[in-house]
Each structure stands twice: as C-alpha cells, then as structure tokens.
Design a protein around this ligand. Sequence first.
Ligand code: HEC
Ligand code: HEC
Length: 427
Amino acid sequence: MPKQKRFLLRTLFSLAPLCLAATGTLSNAAADATEASGSATPSATVTLGDDHSLLTGIPGSGKLTLEEVKNWLSRPEQHVELTVTLPKGLDAAKGNLFIPDDNPITRAKIELGRQLYFDPRLSSDSTISCASCHDPAQGYGAQTQFGVGVRGQEGGRNSPVAYNRIVSNAQFWDGRAATLEDQAVGPIANPIEMGNSHESCVADLAANPIYKLQFEKVFGDGVTIENVGKAIATFERALVTGPAPYDFQNDLDTFEKVFADDLEYLDEEPELKEKYDALKAAIAANPMSESAKRGMKLFAGKANCATCHAGANFTDEQYHNLGVGMEADDPDLGRYEVTKQEKDKGAFKTPTLRNIALSAPYMHDGSQQTLAEVVDWYDKGGHKNPWLSDKMKVLNLTDQEKADLVAFMKEGLTGSFPKIQTGRLPE
Ligand code: HEC
Ligand code: HEC
C-alpha cells in the first residue's frame, strides 16, 4: 500500500471499535493526577457523552442532604480541571470547543449546574426550571409550539435543544447571547419564562446551605448571578450527543472512497482488512435502512441540506432566511433585531440536526409539526420574501426522495444521550 494511504488509514480510522470502551477509568485517573502533581493544578481528560458518571449526580437517592454534598465535595477529584474530548461523530468539531478561560470544567461545577438546571426554585413561583422547556424526555426541547413559562405564559419562539452547546458560541435563534454563560442567566429574569429577578434568585440560593456550600467550594466568591451562569453553562457543555448511524456509515463510505483501488486485494493487506471489517461491524450494529442511506446522499447532494447543516453538529452556525413566518403582517425579524442590518431580516440560526426526530415541533416559531412537513418546505424553495437566502432553491424532489430524507434524519441522525440524573436536588 502506498505510504500516503497508510498514513490516512492511521489518522482517519484510529477509532476503537464502536468507541464505547473508554469509560469508567476516569476517577482513578483524576485521583492519580491529584496525587502526582502536588500543589500544581491537576487535570484529567474525559470524553463527554462516553463518561456517564459526569451527569448522574451524587450517588444515592431522594433529596440531597448537606452531609452527602459535603462528603462528595471533600474528594479532590471533584475539583480537578477536566480536559474534555468529544464522543465519536461530534469529535470532528474538536477544533471548535467554546470553553472560556475563566470557566474551566470540573465535576463539582457540572454537578452544581445540573442541580440548577433541574431546580424550579430558580423561578419566581418555584414552578418552572430550565428543564420545563429543555426536557430530556422531550429531546431537550419542549413539544409545545412556544416555550411555556410561569403562570402559563407563552413567548413567540419554539424552545431549541440544549445539547451540543459546547461547539456553539452565540446562543438563541438570533444569536443575541455571545456565550452560553450570558444565555444561561437570561431566562431566570425573563418575565414570561422564569419570571424572577437575579437578586431574588441569588438571595434564595444563598439562603440554602447546600447551594451556598457548593458555590463556595466551586467558585470561591460564593453565590453570584455570574456564577449561576457559569455553573449552568458548564453543565450544558457536558450535554452532548453520542454517535449516530450516520457517523458509522460516513466512516465506511470514506474508507471505501480512499481505498477504492485496494478493496479487491484486501487479503494481502491484513491491517487494512481488519479496519474494514471493524467499520462494517460498526454499521451493522448501528444500521440504517436503504431509504435512509439514499436520504444521506440526497442530504449532501440534490437536496442541498449540507450547505447550511454542515460539519459535525450539522450547522454552519450562520443565520439564514428560509421565509418561515414571513407571511405575517408583522413578522419576527430574527437576526435583524440584533444587527439592524437589512440582509439579516427574517434570518435565524441554523439549528443542529442531531437527534432532531426527538424534538418536534420545528423551526423558530414551532410552525412545522413533522420532518415530512419540513422537507416539503425546502422542496418548494421556502417562502418567497425579499430577504430569502439565495441558497434556497426549488428542489423538485420525488415523493420517494422526500421519504428518504425523512428516513435519514430519523434513523441516521438519532444517537444516544448521556445518562442523566434529573432529580437529586438540594433539600
Ligand atoms: C419558558 C420556556 C423556557 C425556559 C424556562 C428556559 N428556556 Fe431556554 N429557551 C427557550 C426558548 C423559547 C428559546 C429560544 C429563544 C430565542 O431564540 O429567542 C431558548 C433558548 C435557549 C438556548 C439557546 C439554544 C441555541 O441553540 O441557541 C439555551 C442554551 C437555553 N435556552 C438554555 C436554557 C437554560 C439554561 C434555562 C434555565 C436557566 C432555560 N433555557 C430556560 C425556552 C425556555
Ligand atoms: C439556507 C440554509 C439552509 C438550508 C439549505 C437547509 N437548512 Fe434546514 N434550517 C436552516 C435554518 C436557518 C433553520 C431555522 C429556520 C427558522 O426557524 O426560521 C433550519 C431548520 C431546519 C429544521 C428544523 C430544526 C429545528 O430544530 O426546529 C430541520 C429539520 C431542517 N432545517 C432540515 C433541513 C433539511 C432536510 C434540508 C435540506 C432539504 C435543509 N434543512 C436545508 C438552514 C438551512
């Protein structure tokens, strides 16, 4: 085999079979690091999504007690700064991790953020938590057209998903929050979401000895609204999707393309054959129907989806006008409200499509109920308006092609979520 191909083989396909093996060793590694490095800041590496211990809370059941939290926090590994890598699939975006220098990831901070995310105490009347609108059981979105906040109030936008935020910087449909930290404190004081004030939220948390202790141990300067944002943002960064059948199929397709000339002579290339067999076994364990496979080709080809839903997280992180909602007399102008630039009128941020089958309804205004409806929208080229993206074209898809695209999104793009503890909140 030529040298160049050998190199490709090593770099492209260095994955362990199915990539699920690397769990369970972290706490030892962290403890070792702590012992070995003495006073220097120890660190440890974890693979988000694969390491299921990150989001499963403090062991035990029922409400968290001060004693349990104290014991758990007394272990040095909870405070070790974690260097994170991404699970298979999303890892292609490893060059785009957004972790602010002043907000390093630790297990204790993820856990504090987890509690805050699920705790309705952050709202004015203790009825609404972040999870009310970004619910793990509803694909980390909400199956209502608009977010429903305190006293049943509704906003005008659909709840987007709260995962894979670590590879995304500007947040909201219009990108108005520059970071996840900025985003996280917004809903608390939004009158129609959690309806609280930052002052009273901070006062309530500081009055709870369990929260107070955690903030002091994690941040030094105790309960502040900035620290609430930092903890929740850290929790959200750990919330990533695992590999989907697409990722395995994509590896196999890439291999077959790169080694097209060698496939006939595989018996003479044991190293190559071993990789090939491993890739075929991986897709066999995570299968996609023929329809979904055709849909995968259409997605990047005739249907033009990958122009905007690009890269490991299926988004270019840009803003585009598809014409959604633009037939209204007074439409939501999206990105324009942030930039005041004419070209941004009616443009919204391209959302991720990973696990998209789990978070209907769709679009910034929740106006489309099913993925079939979404595909029909693109097929007709969106809704004509003066600011329609020039990437939107009439596609002339056949009924079969439309069904194939839907099958691809449902089967090909659905992967796992990390295990998560949704209860275990402070007394
Ligand atoms: C009442 C429902 C509701 C509650 C409660 C709520 N959100 Fe949201 N969330 C939304 C809606 C709706 C949007 C989109 C708003 C927009 O783009 O203008 C959103 C946007 C987001 C985004 C941006 C995602 C992206 O792709 O840009 C994140 C992250 C997020 N919320 C996290 C949180 C966190 C953390 C909390 C708790 C502190 C929270 N949300 C509370 C409804 C809610
Ligand atoms: C011009 C860029 C662009 C192209 C091309 C494109 N999309 Fe999108 N997609 C977006 C944007 C932007 C949104 C959000 C628009 C809105 O809410 O107004 C979106 C939303 C979606 C949603 C809803 C996601 C959610 O969380 O609500 C799905 C599903 C989707 N696109 C699938 C596709 C498919 C399938 C194709 C190809 C047939 C495609 N997209 C082509 C940019 C694009």
